[in-house]
Design a protein around this ligand. Structure first.
Ligand code: FAD
Ligand code: NAI
Length: 475
């Protein structure tokens, strides 16, 4: 007997589980199907983000930062610690516990919101009376009929051709989050978000890390002033980041990986590492959905093709998150999930792509929203820029963390904020103010006139906004 629902969501990552909850809040009968399993074979909802992405990486970044502080920075505060040592199994165990708490949290939220969860693999079986027939197989065997379907099947790490992940020597994000020993030498291919975050974790824990990046510019998507400041800080910390390289050959063996590459000057180089992280981007994941059989259109890069409102080519079939175009970010997936749930319920869901923040959780953190200075120049848009260094911020001095700055870019005529770029302490939290201002299409003067608590890092945002009008008070 089929089970009938208003909505079946395939995938319980940030896109899927949030869509399911929002739709249930709006009175729809909702099921969510997710195949992921924990170490004991039980359900592990939360997707890449919870299991092998945002959450575990931030847990390891936090633990490794504590280790770094204890080893290198406590002394600056007059705190002498002797014999600092690392229990990697405990550190990884704590990370696993954080993941487990998040998995359980989502199962609790499903119960609370009356979302029916099926642990298994979902595939389209065809169109039937009443909607779409979805087969669930694996841990649960069911047939579901759904009036609407949301595909939220996420993404998977991209492999280098001929260098498959074995998660022991050649690692994706998955293996990089669960090493059982600190590699002496760690190689990273790709100086993107994962490369920098995971490279930072293992460097802090003791690895000599070399990051090889193909693009000629470091962090090309970021504001280049921010990228320069960050590169300086990472290099000082000991990350060896080489841009403009061309990988010639990668030869993994039982205990090491031999890499041959040309550096930016075109010289042949050789590097041998104990472990290699390959973080060269991610690809949409649609395997096993039975998409071709039902005629679900994918674009030329394998993403589920959708319109601006996440409608696919099939009636009442929607797709959100990493499996569709746009940035592969958890909060973008969530926003799309909510918007689609609201559209299905007859409301007017909306996602503002212009105000999606980007954050890289290294030290210093990097965060931005809106346009970069190089984008504005390319567009020929007249703009004003105001910057404020954390060096001149009292709270940053008290923290002992004065690297970086806040930069506000505003329209030359209207003063509307066009972009905000931060490199420095807790940039991930500071960026929220900029997102709010931009969402309300506020001006630099609006930020400058808002009272910011003293002493806080957020005063650097106010000062950068004042600097747009050349009237910073503390610099
Ligand atoms: P996913 O989270 O990938 O979830 C898809 C789910 O669908 C999975 O659980 C999968 O098992 C399930 N599934 C797939 N096919 C089927 C099927 N046929 N049947 C049943 N279930 C199926 N983003 C941020 O915003 N901030 C961060 O700090 C951040 N850190 C990251 C760190 C790392 C190391 C990585 C890899 C990613 C990080 N991301 C971060 C990106 C973020 O994880 C993704 O953007 C986000 O998870 C996408 O959500 P989603 O719901 O689209 O897909
Ligand atoms: P990425 O797109 O951030 O970076 C990939 C890097 O690899 C790029 O700089 C690219 O130029 C480089 N590259 C590609 N091919 C190469 C090659 N053959 N040789 C050398 N370099 C090569 O991708 P990444 O780091 O894999 O992360 C995937 C996605 O996951 C990100 O785009 C992001 O959306 C998400 N993510 C988000 C995080 C956050 O929000 N803090 C953290 C981690 C991941």
């Amino acid at each position: 007997m089929s089970k009938q629902f208003d909505l079946v969501v395939i995938g319980a990552g940030p896109g899927g589980y949030v869509a399911a909850i929002r739709a249930a809040q709006l009175g729809l009968s909702v099921a969510c199907v997710d195949a992921a399993e924990n170490a004991k074979g039980g359900p592990a909802p939360g997707g890449t983000c919870t299991n092998v992405g945002c959450i575990p990486s931030k847990a390891l970044l936090q633990s490794s930062e504590h280790f770094e502080q204890a080893n290198h920075h406590f002394a600056e505060h007059g705190i002498e610690v002797k014999g600092v040592s690392l229990k990697l199994d405990k550190l990884i165990g704590r990370k696993n516990e954080v993941v487990k708490q998040n998995n359980e949290g989502i199962l609790y939220l499903f119960k609370k919101n009356k979302v029916t969860f099926f642990h298994g693999h979902a595939a389209f079986a065809g169109q039937v009376e009443g909607g779409w027939s979805i087969n669930v197989t694996g841990k649960t065997e069911e047939n579901l009929v759904a009036r609407h379907v949301i595909v939220a099947t996420g993404s998977a790490p991209r492999e280098l051709p001929g260098v498959p992940f074995d998660e022991k020597i050649v690692l994706s994000n998955d293996g990089a989050l669960s090493l059982d020993a600190v590699p002496g030498k760690l190689g990273v291919i790709g100086a993107g978000v994962i490369g920098l975050e995971m490279g930072s974790v293992w460097r802090r824990l003791g690895s000599a890390v070399t990051v090889l990046e193909a693009a000629p510019e470091f962090l090309a998507a970021a504001d280049q002033q921010v990228a320069k400041e960050a590169l300086k800080a990472f290099t000082k910390q000991g990350l060896d980041i080489q841009v403009g390289v061309q990988i010639s050959e990668i030869k993994p063996s039982a205990k090491k990986v031999d890499i041959s590459y040309k550096n930016a000057a075109g010289e042949e180089q050789k590097l041998t590492v104990d472990r290699l992280i390959v973080s060269i981007g991610r690809v949409p994941f649609t395997a096993g959905l039975n998409a071709p059989a039902v005629g679900l259109t994918l674009d030329e890069r394998g993403f589920v093709a959708v319109d601006a409102e996440c409608r696919t080519n099939l009636p009442n079939v929607w797709a959100v998150g990493d499996v569709v175009r746009g940035p592969m970010l958890a909060h973008k997936a969530e926003e799309e999930g909510v918007a689609v749930a609201e559209r299905i319920a007859g409301q007017h869901g909306h996602v503002n792509f212009a105000t999606i923040p980007w954050v890289i959780y290294t030290s210093p953190e990097i965060a931005w929203v809106g346009q970069t200075e190089q984008q504005l120049k390319k567009e020929g848009r007249a703009y004003k820029a105001g910057s404020f260094p954390f060096l001149a911020n009292g709270r940053a001095r008290a923290l002992g963390d004065t690297t970086g700055f806040v930069k506000v870019l505003a329209d030359a005529k209207t003063d509307e904020v066009l972009g905000v770029h931060i490199v420095g302490p807790v940039a991930s939290e500071l960026i929220a103010e900029a997102v709010t201002i931009m969402e309300f299409r506020g001006a630099a003067e609006d930020i400058a006139r808002i009272c910011h608590a003293h002493p806080t890092l957020s005063e650097a945002m106010k000062e950068a906004a004042l600097a747009v009008d050349k009237r910073a008070l503390n610099f």
